[in-house]
Design a binder for this molecule. Structure first.
Ligand code: FDA
Length: 450
């Protein structure tokens, strides 16, 4: 359907002054540039006379109001699951989405195969200022609940490693499934909907272009700030502030780290080399693979630790966890660079082993220097200059302060009828399907309470 206001904009953008005919609600409009304002001459059929109005008042006149039982902002993982749960319970639900399709992040997740949950999901797999907050929702919507949904839709899947479940075919199976569930629950999806303002009096009023949506309940599921190029916005945080809710400072998480200039010179050309390591901050440690990039470090071990890393803090990296490299050298008849090279090639990839010995070859082959070589290998200390930022981060840590929300329903304690779910909340999962599990669980918690 064409709206008169769209037509008005077209007229002004293209010509500044042009007559235009259309079906309804008015017969004719003429746009004209006048004293820097944009007045319009319109001829409403029902009034049978010409009127001079501004573009803004035309928009107001043609504004379409739609009433629902619940409005959900964001058709991502959390918003869609919440919508189906609420729809199944008989709520008339509308989901408003900025993008031209649902679940864009689901589609790019897990290398296109969506790591949709993790069999070993526990509260310890989540970061939050309140480590207990996520427990209730996670216990009431478990990985088995989501797996049951996946199996209901006959979606083939497999466990890759460490309990991580992926689609066999493509992530689109998950978005198709959620779309089908929405259809079954009579959820109405409004795509390409740019939200301009949200107000609350007796009910929530969301203005988007010439449309107005009203409902007694509003669920904010607009996700975090990561990957702005596919549509991440700060709307969720802005709304939280608008309604007086506190925000835990946001930061990029599950994100590659950037070397200092000096380290970039030393290791930048090792891009593509990976090694099984253990990486630690003061608080946390992960043992997984690490990957050199042109600018720094990535790979699962680094992405995991990045969620705990704070600027200027050192990372300790054990390059040969639980491996004794030096003892063979200590016991060797000939202690020399060739023997050291052989020992290092047993634990590190060739290019990295060679670079390491170029940089840290011992002054002598005495026990004391071998011990130093051993320490360096097991305690490589790196102080990253930065993260790769929201452009490359899988998630946003921090967000709506959980003290502001009910852990059972995700409803705001300050603004009744206002809910926050998914990544916008200060709950961040480890790598491996935990972030989706939080999106499903928090979405279900709210959906069942609407
Ligand atoms: P999500 O971001 O999914 O949805 C928010 C929705 O709100 C979006 O559709 C967005 O367009 C919409 N929106 C934003 N602003 C709006 C506005 N102003 N108006 C209207 N709509 C608006 N996790 C995991 O568990 N397993 C995995 O395999 C991966 N893989 C992965 C890969 C990559 C590259 C990324 C970036 C992230 C992952 N993740 C992941 C993380 C996972 O994608 C993320 O945690 C969830 O999608 C969060 O779900 P939400 O519904 O909260 O936000």
């Amino acid at each position: 359907m064409r709206f008169p206001s769209d037509t008005v904009k077209e007229i002004f953008l293209k010509n500044g002054a042009a007559p235009y005919c259309f079906d309804s609600p008015w017969a004719l409009m003429i746009g004209a540039k006048f004293l820097g304002l944009l007045p319009l001459l319109v001829y409403p059929e029902e009034q049978n006379q010409w009127q001079l109005v501004t573009e803004r008042s035309v928009e107001k006149l043609v504004c379409t109001t739609r009433k629902f039982g619940a409005l959900i902002l964001g058709a991502g993982a959390a918003g869609l699951l919440c919508a189906t749960e609420a729809g199944k319970r008989g709520r008339r639900v509308a989901v408003l989405e900025l993008a031209d399709r649902i679940g864009k992040k689901i589609l790019i997740s897990g290398g296109g195969r969506c790591n949709f949950t993790n069999l070993h999901c526990r509260p310890e797999n989540f970061l939050s200022a309140n480590e207990h907050f996520a427990k209730s929702a996670l216990a009431r919507y478990t990985p088995s609940d989501f797996i049951a949904l996946v199996e209901k839709h006959h979606i083939p899947y497999h466990e890759k490693t460490l309990g991580q479940l992926f689609c066999d075919r493509s992530a689109q199976d998950i978005t198709n499934m959620l779309e089908a569930e929405c259809r079954e629950a009579s959820v109405e999806l409004f795509l390409s909907t740019k939200i301009q303002e949200v107000q609350h009096s007796t009910e929530f009023v969301v203005r988007a272009g010439s449309n107005e949506f009203r409902a007694p309940v509003l669920v904010v599921a607009t996700g975090g700030l990561s990957i702005p190029k596919i549509g991440a916005t700060s709307l969720g945080y802005d709304l939280a502030r608008q309604f007086g809710l506190k925000i835990v400072k946001t930061r990029p998480a599950l994100v590659p780290l950037v070397f200092s200039k000096k380290e970039q010179r030393l290791y930048g050309d090792l891009a593509g080399v990976s090694a099984a390591v253990s990486v630690s901050t003061d608080r946390q440690s992960f043992q997984e693979k690490m990957l050199f990039t042109h600018r720094g470090l990535s790979g699962p071990a680094i992405l995991q630790i990045s969620s705990y890393w704070e600027k200027a803090q050192p990372l300790r990296i054990d390059l040969a966890p639980h491996r004794d490299v030096i003892s063979s050298l200590r016991e060797a008849k000939t202690r020399n660079l060739a023997a050291a090279r052989a020992a290092f090639l047993g634990v590190l990839p060739k290019r990295f082993a060679e670079r390491w010995l170029e940089l840290y070859a011992p002054h002598s082959w005495a026990n004391q220097d071998l011990e130093k070589l051993d320490r360096q290998l097991h305690e490589w200390t790196v102080v990253p200059a930065d993260t790769e930022g929201y452009e490359k981060a899988e998630v946003t840590a921090g967000g709506v302060d959980t003290d502001e929300l009910s852990s059972k329903t995700m409803e705001s304690r300050k603004a009744r009828g206002l809910f926050f779910i998914g990544e916008v909340v200060d709950v961040t999962g480890h790598l491996g399907g935990f972030n989706f599990q939080w999106a499903w669980a928090s979405g279900a918690a709210a959906g069942r309470a609407l």
